[in-house]
Design a binder for this molecule. Structure first.
Ligand code: ZN
Length: 316
């Protein structure tokens, strides 16, 4: 089972909250997973669509708890491409209408015909915001495996629906970005802290725990890798000729001061320290007057010998 499926299963199994929260979660479901069929004369039929049975059950539970249900919704199963199945939960017209009105998702136009409109009211309670986030994730969300990356995505039919969630997210201090993908509106939340906080807000405490464990392991591994790479770098530096020269010159500079050296040696010493990866011939070309490679090598040997003569209290 993917991480995303596990999060959905955990969320779908949570007990229903207060009435206000049921309304909020159901509202998120409507915007995220419903299809509205207009039947003329203001009649609307609402159906929830999902590929997951747990999500379908949650939708049904919310609908029953909402107090708007008068008739049993009809359940159909549709075969999609590549053997994928999609469940449809079709509400009766009267129930669809009542539910949408309850959600503040209907507005009458000039002719008095009520049409669907994205809800305007601001969600004031924290409990309802958390429920809304849960509903939206169950309806159209996806979370990447935290082993790979920290990202949550929601795919909506249109930007108005996505913006509703973006606002609720920002009310809880989370920032998501909106873009378009193949004609759909895509809302995306990234970053380990944000993803973990979202899981916490939605009430997926087992998933938060699993994710934080993974994060801790990952950062430990990264720290160990960094330390290892650093050791490797030091080692290969010590092994290389230029590394030995730089070490000697740093010792000279520390214990004696480079300005105490004869001018030609001081010039070479400073050049070597500033261009640690340059070859001897390249250093020779930069000196004034220029020197051949063997000339540079000769002066470098003198510098190394001078450094060798010094007693280093740090390495006693
Ligand atoms: Zn509430």
């Amino acid at each position: 089972m993917s991480f995303s499926s596990r999060v959905k299963a955990e969320l779908a199994a949570l007990p229903l909250d207060k009435r206000c929260c049921v309304t909020a979660e159901l509202g998120a479901f409507i915007l995220g997973a419903s299809v509205m069929t207009l039947k003329g004369a203001g009649k609307i039929s609402l159906s929830f669509r999902t590929e997951r049975a747990v999500v379908l059950k949650r939708a049904l539970k919310l609908f029953n708890a909402s107090g708007t249900a008068s008739a049993r919704p009809r359940l159909t199963l549709q075969e999609r491409l590549a053997g994928r199945r999609e469940y449809h939960l079709v509400l009766q017209d009267a129930d669809s209408h009542r539910l949408l009105r309850d959600q503040g998702m209907l507005r009458a136009d000039e002719d008095g015909v009520e049409r669907f409109a994205a809800p305007q009211r601001v969600m004031r309670r924290n409990c309802c915001r958390r429920s809304y986030l849960r509903g939206a994730f169950l309806a159209c969300g996806y979370i990447a495996d935290p082993k790979r990356r920290y990202q949550v995505e929601w795919v909506y039919h249109d930007a108005t629906r996505a913006l509703r969630l973006k606002r609720v997210l920002s009310q809880t201090g989370l920032s998501a970005s909106l873009s378009e993908r193949r004609g759909s509106a895509l809302l995306s939340l990234t970053g380990g802290d944000q993803v973990s906080e979202l899981l916490k807000l939605m009430g997926a405490s087992v998933s938060v725990f699993n994710m934080e464990n993974l994060r801790a392991e990952k950062s430990l591994r990264e720290r160990a890798n960094r330390a290892f790479n650093c050791d490797q770098a030091n080692l290969s530096r010590q092994l290389s000729a230029s590394g030995r020269q730089i070490e000697a010159l740093e010792k000279l500079s520390r214990l004696k001061g480079l300005s105490s050296l004869p001018q030609n040696l001081e010039q070479l010493a400073r050049l070597r320290l500033s261009r640690q990866d340059a070859k001897l011939a390249e250093l020779g070309e930069c000196l004034n007057p220029p020197l051949t490679k063997s000339g540079v090598a000769h002066q470098m040997r003198k510098l190394m010998a001078l450094a060798d003569e010094l007693d280093d209290p740090d390495h006693a």
